[in-house]
Design a protein around this ligand. Sequence first.
Ligand code: KIV
Length: 274
Amino acid sequence: MPASRKPISLPRLREMHTQGEKITMLTAYDATFAAVADAAGVECILVGDSLGMVCQGLSSTVGVTLETMRHHTDCVSRGLRRAQGTAWLISDLPFGSYQESKELALRSAVVLMQAGAHMVKLEGGGWTLDTVRFLVERGIPVCAHLGLTPQTVHALGGYRVQGKTEVAAASLRREAHALQDAGAAMLVLEMVPAALSAALTLELARCPTIGIGAGLDTAGQVLVLHDMLGMNLGKMPKFVRNFMEGAHSVRGAMEAYVRAVKDGSFPVNASHAW
Ligand code: KIV
């Protein structure tokens, strides 16, 4: 990472997308890992509700509360500040904190923004459009999340690839365009066929796509921190690479991740995508 990286901002992320420079994102849940990821050159840190599984030992993200997200966002934000970090900090709105109404979503988003988030992420399309517009109009940057949306894993019938049929792909595509039009400034695509996410990435000029199990041709990539360090309490998803292999430190593994995303050697469509 250049010694004097300027704070990562939305215009900078859009510029990277326009110029074809890959955006790197990792999850982090505490001050130290966040600071190390920032020092390794990761541009975006996501306080993901995956912390339910990773830190709390839950079997899904459904049990994660807003108070837990606030606490971890606060820890990560403090770590970044202490290390004079420059990463863009995104925090997940947890299950139940935004579904009821756009007003509730605003109140929940305010809690995360006041804990130090620069942007909030919420899952789903269609019914979320009014909420996304409501938050964006009130100055809260929003990252959308389509494909496999872990908060609705029970409705989806498990952790499986989404958008595989023509009908499902067309619906996902419509939702992605509508989310961009509603003002979403970033879109996570999780477990979506590589060809579909590549097409969407070209189509969505104002909303960089960040893939996880969505192939090589998204505007950026995200992984769950513990997964890419080779630690998982369950089965390692197919789209993960263990960056600790061959690295001498956690920072080294993160630097290898940043290099691999930037030079296009991760992910590999043949082994990490559908
Ligand atoms: O919670 C999380 O870690 C996420 C990523 C998987 C994108 O939403």
